[in-house]
Design a protein around this ligand. Structure first.
Ligand SMILES: NCc1[nH]cc(CCC(=O)O)c1CC(=O)O
Length: 303
């Protein structure tokens, strides 16, 4: 591969930490010199506007559009993403070349040892429709406070007393060296977002040699599980802002996929699980959930 290769990433501390992880594993895997990969931070719509709900930023791609544009313009050679922020349907000209081994998929509660320990009426800061719905279902007494911003911003807002607690992905906290911050919420209590804790590398579909070179750092089991979760989300017509939770885990007899669909007020409208031979079979579970969900929810998904 001709170096230096330009790695595109968002500029948040977490995104830069993840970009560094990818650069290091590529250098180690391919025996590259430390300066073989240049990290190129690119501000996205979601970075530019931190004080309004993402829904107000309009369409999808608030975390990817500018990176896609740089990739297709040839300004970068590949892009690193948190896969849970990547829309479930991507342009045909861009493909996922590799996904690194998945980290801890759980959410972590900061501000109390467990959700049950939160005082009655406690304020919990989150702008994630999934987390908000799950919290409302578990504890209808809680007050959900919109809490946008990157990880450090949200921790600072909690410090300032803008909420009593918040939820953050364990994977993000750990990658920022905050391994001891917060208490992990059991999967049985809160199923994570589709593709949570997975770092993906995307490149141009036409760059076959680079795609093969990048694929060397992919983890096959993670890739199959993320593909199953993204297939489910795509079939539902959902994205990172949908109140949908999903987790696929590879077992001996296949991929075990679990999914839950909420309404914003916390009602659990549909839940289900399936054992898949291949990731794309996740579409069948999505269809089952879709059919089980009340008409009101059908309006929410284009599935
Ligand atoms: N845009 C939010 C976002 N995107 C990816 C992560 C965490 C890292 C991951 O899930 O891989 C986070 C922070 C959070 O949810 O706490």
């Amino acid at each position: 591969m001709q170096t230096p290769l330009r790695l595109g990433t968002r500029g948040s501390p977490l995104a830069l930490a993840q970009a560094g992880m990818v650069a290091r594993v590529l250098e180690q895997t391919h025996g590259l010199a430390p300066d073989a990969i240049t990290i190129v931070p690119i501000r996205t719509g979601g970075d530019k506007v931190q004080d309004r709900p993402l829904a107000e930023l309009g369409g999808k791609g608030v975390w990817t559009k500018e990176l896609d544009r740089a990739l297709l313009a040839g300004d970068i050679d590949f892009a690193v993403h948190s896969m849970k922020d990547v829309e479930s349907v991507r342009p045909a000209s861009i493909v996922i070349a590799a996904i690194l081994p998945r980290a801890d998929v759980r959410d972590r509660l900061i501000g109390a040892a467990a959700i049950d320990d939160l005082p009655r009426g406690a304020r919990v800061g989150t702008s994630s429709p999934r987390r908000a719905a799950q919290l409302r279902r578990l504890r209808p007494d809680l007050e959900i406070v919109p809490f946008r911003g990157n990880v450090d911003t949200r921790l600072a807002r909690l410090e300032r007393g803008e909420a009593d607690a918040t939820l953050l992905a364990a994977a993000g906290l750990d990658r920022l060296g905050r391994d001891s911050v917060g208490s992990a919420v059991p999967i049985g209590t809160m199923l994570p977002a589709a593709a949570q804790a997975a770092i993906g590398i995307e490149a141009r579909a036409r760059d076959a040699d680079l795609l093969a070179w990048l694929a060397a750092v992919g983890d096959r089991e993670t890739e199959r599980c993320i593909q199953a979760e993204r297939t489910l989300l795509a079939k539902l017509g959902g994205d990172c802002r949908s109140p949908v939770a999903a987790l696929a885990t590879q077992g001996k007899t296949g991929i075990h996929l679990r999914a839950e669909i909420f309404s914003p007020d916390g009602a659990l409208h549909a839940q289900g699980e399936a054992l898949l031979n291949e990731p794309n079979e996740a579409a069948r579970l999505a269809q089952r959930l879709f059919e089980a969900a009340p008409a009101a929810l059908r309006a929410q998904f284009s599935g």
